[in-house]
Design a protein around this ligand. Structure first.
Ligand SMILES: [Zn+2]
Length: 298
């Protein structure tokens, strides 16, 4: 197999490629706008792969992360927020365009894989990767392999209900998925912003500084967020007992989380001594392309 890996991250607004060598060194990185329709996306990907191979090797492998999942029965994309991707046989179509095998995986799974292979959780056996951004996603990696599951939804943590709910947390907010009380509605960045500055606010930048300066609403919003994130992590610990939980996305930059959430995890995890590490991602914005590249193994 080739020593070079091309990893592509298809995001809602941009498409990014990186070429990695076998040590994980990034040799090339290029970001372009997502053209916003399917046929043009395939052309964009063909051009990016052509460039990547020209700079590395013709045999460089191709892995792609997408903001959705591939249905294992129909091989069609589902659950993508770039809705024009849904229903497309993306992997097959891209293989046809490129004339080579392609591996496609959910972007949260790529994030988890990147951090498990040579990121913050390198060397850990069971890793749960979580993206706390405009939405909430998650993925499991066990022994260096992403866990997908029967319906390709393993790790869809954002759509599990908030656990150990207190009476004052009712009524539960509605979620776009049709259910109520999903974790995404409490743990995404806009939820933190709204609980600090009121409904409709989407940006929580500066919340730690505000709390440190005595802003009562910021302190309360952070306290609530820490408690809920801790409960949500404890749920994962009681189910799968990971060695590490790695956080990504905008909210993962809050220092408060790493200082305070482990105490809450300890309170709710059903073990007298909870040693699960709660880690900040190491690769940041590069995790998407790196994880996609490592779909072919490091
Ligand atoms: Zn939901």
């Amino acid at each position: 197999m080739s020593d070079y890996r091309l990893g592509i991250d298809v995001g809602g607004t941009k498409v990014e490629i990186a070429a990695l060598d076998s040590t994980g060194e990034i040799l090339l990185r290029h970001r372009v706008a997502n053209p916003g329709n399917y046929d043009d996306l395939l052309v964009t990907l063909r051009d990016l792969v052509e460039e990547g191979r020209g700079r590395t090797a013709r045999t460089a492998t191709v892995g792609v992360g997408i903001p959705g999942a591939i249905d294992s029965r129909t091989m069609r994309v589902k659950n993508a927020n770039a809705t024009w991707l849904n229903g497309q046989t993306f992997g097959k179509d891209l293989e046809q365009v490129l004339g080579c095998p392609v591996k496609v995986e959910n972007d949260a799974n790529c994030f988890a894989l990147s951090e498990a292979v040579d990121g913050a959780a390198a060397g850990r056996k069971i890793v749960f990767g979580v993206i706390l951004g405009s939405g909430v996603g998650g993925g499991f990696v066990i022994n260096g392999e992403p866990v997908t599951g029967l319906h390709h939804i393993a790790g869809e943590w954002g759509h599990i209900p908030l656990p150990w709910v207190r009476e004052d947390e009712f009524p539960m907010p509605k979620c776009f998925c049709g259910n109520e009380g999903c974790l995404e509605r409490f743990l995404c960045g806009p939820a933190l912003a709204a609980s600090w500055k009121g409904e409709g606010q989407r940006c929580a930048d500066g919340i730690e500084e505000a709390a440190a300066a005595g802003d009562v609403a910021a302190i309360k919003a952070l306290d609530t967020y820490v408690d809920r994130l801790g409960r949500a992590c404890a749920l994962v610990i009681n189910m799968v007992d990971p060695d590490a939980i790695v956080l990504g996305g905008g909210v993962s930059n809050l220092k408060t989380i790493y200082a305070r959430v482990p105490e809450v995890m300890k309170k709710y995890a059903i073990t007298p001594e909870c040693r699960t590490e709660l880690l900040k991602n190491q690769h940041g914005d590069s995790s998407g392309v790196r994880g996609a590249a490592w779909l072919w193994g490091k």
